[in-house]
Design a protein around this ligand. Structure first.
Ligand code: UD1
Ligand code: CA
Length: 467
């Protein structure tokens, strides 16, 4: 009897194997393919998140090209990405094809009864589709379930050959297709559910093929069939999910789809997006109800935006937090935090470490960095404020500069509540402006100003009669 060895497999155990060892030659890049950025995350993030969501007993990932770089990037990301399931890294030293990648993974696969095998370059696969594929596989007791798709242009993919009864007979890679086979528009998505016991035997029968002498995982299906196994093919309800990213053109297509999905998610949750065609939103960006996003806006990274805000037109917001009822118009924010009812822009730049509000106003060519700006304070025109602590109800006049850098280090400016800084003032840090103090316009302040004082630090005006 075959496979008489006592099995240590827990019945029903599910393993998910991600194939990601390929060099990604067609990307023409120094960066390993699965680390290319999509929707603000590396491509492999989408597969790991999806695998994790299916609650498998284990996730295996086959890496090869730049093994250490990719492994480190994944290990550094898993916590933030919310990947809780254990990951087994498998090193495929020679990239001899998807079949050899699976062969190298046998000790991982053999721990499980059922395995989902999918490709690291399929970032558009969704939970619903994979869940349905696995559900059907289990409830119908299939031996191999294959996710297929119907493409208007099947170029570059393996073609599905079915029997007249609809059973999948085999997959033929494009380079081996006859013209008639090449015209078949049902393609292999590269995602499969296998009963592992069948895969174990079939994988050993692969022979190298093509000019690169590669072992094709797809050839396993024929071997499984020749042993009496059945292969069931499920066309994906949404063919775009089967996109494989081999080139930068496909990378851009994937980016577009992910952006559309992010926009749809926000719109369905009550956010208005006036022009989805010119609005770019990363996958994990959060925006609350009744916020309106105007054209030309880009929201990146871990950005979170509250309720009833007005964002854009033409704002770029990266890794920032914005409270309720704020507006950010035609401005750039990065690593900044804005409390509620604050107004930014047009034409402001908030750099990392800016924490402002509530009810502040920063606009018209002002730049703020590593600075706290308290309740109701204003930096409305043409200012540079860096490494400062500005308390409540302060007015920073047009053209004010904090001279924070002495050529060696950054120094701090502290402005207490209700101070009034006149226009075109230089605050040479380190310096403190007292509560309620006034600084005369045009002053260059080099010494602390006590509470309630008015400071003049400029030449007295001289008027002379002309001779
Ligand atoms: C593969 C399928 C094709 C399918 C398409 C879907 C094979 C032989 N062909 O073609 O039928 O239509 O995906 O996108 O499987 N990999 C390794 N080790 C290797 C080689 C590849 O881990 O030695 C990984 C790659 O990183 C990739 C996946 O396997 O994630 C598929 O390899 P790729 O070269 O992209 O195959 P395709 O030509 O796209
Ligand atoms: Ca591919």
């Amino acid at each position: 009897m075959k496979n008489s060895k006592k099995s240590s497999v827990r019945p029903g155990s599910l393993g998910i194997l991600l194939l990601a060892a390929g060099k990604g030659t067609r990307m023409r890049s120094e960066t390993p393919k699965v680390l290319h950025s999509l929707g603000g995350r590396p491509m492999i993030y989408y597969l790991l998140r999806l695998a994790n969501a299916l609650k498998p007993n284990g996730i295996g990932i086959v890496l090869g090209h730049e093994f250490d770089t990719v492994k480190k990037a994944i290990q550094a990301g898993v916590k933030e990405w919310g990947i809780s399931k254990p990951i087994t890294f498998i090193h495929q030293k020679e990239q001899k094809g998807s079949g050899s990648a699976v062969l190298e993974s046998m000790s991982f696969l053999k721990k499980h009864q059922t395995a989902i095998v999918t490709c690291g370059d399929s970032p558009l696969l969704t939970f619903d589709t994979l869940f349905a594929l696995l559900g059907g596989h289990r409830s119908e007791k299939h031996q191999v379930s294959l996710l297929t798709a119907r493409f208007r242009d099947p170029k570059g993919y393996g073609r599905i050959i079915r029997s007249p009864m609809g059973e999948v007979l085999k997959i033929i890679e494009e380079s081996h297709c006859t013209p008639k086979e090449a015209a078949i528009n049902e393609i292999n998505s590269g995602t499969y559910c296998f009963e592992v016991s069948l895969l174990v035997d079939a994988i050993k029968k692969l022979v190298p093929k093509g000019s690169n002498k590669e072992f094709y995982l797809t050839d396993c299906l024929e071997h499984i069939r020749s042993e009496g196994g059945r292969v069931t093919g499920f066309p994906s309800p949404s063919p775009e999910e089967a996109l494989g990213v081999n080139t930068r053109i496909q990378l851009a297509q994937a980016e577009r789809v992910l952006n559309r999905r992010a926009l749809e998610r926000l719109m369905l949750s009550g956010v208005s997006v006036l022009d989805p065609n010119t609005t770019y939103i990363d996958v994990d960006v959060e925006v609350a109800q009744d916020t309106v996003i105007h054209p030309g806006t880009i929201l990146r990274g871990k950005t979170k935006i509250g309720k009833s805000c007005v964002i854009g037109p033409y704002s770029i917001i990266v890794d920032s937090q914005i409270g309720n009822e704020c507006s950010v118009i035609n401005s750039w924010m990065e690593g900044a935090k804005l409390h509620e009812k604050s107004e930014v822009g047009p034409w402001a730049r908030l750099r990392p470490g800016t924490i402002a509000g509530p009810r502040v106003r920063i606009g018209n060519f002002s730049e703020v960095k590593n600075t706290r700006i308290g309740y109701g304070s204003k930096v409305p025109h043409l200012s540079y404020v860096g490494d400062a602590d500005i308390a409540e109800d302060v007015n920073v006049g047009a053209g004010t500069i904090t001279c924070n850098y002495d050529g060696h280090k950054k120094n701090k400016t502290v402005i207490a509540a209700k101070a009034f800084i006149g226009s075109n003032v230089n605050l040479v840090a380190p310096v403190k402006i007292g509560r309620g103090a006034t600084i005369a316009a045009g002053s260059t302040i080099t010494e602390n100003v006590p509470d309630g004082n008015i400071a003049f630090a400029r030449e007295r005006q001289v008027n002379k009669e002309r001779k």
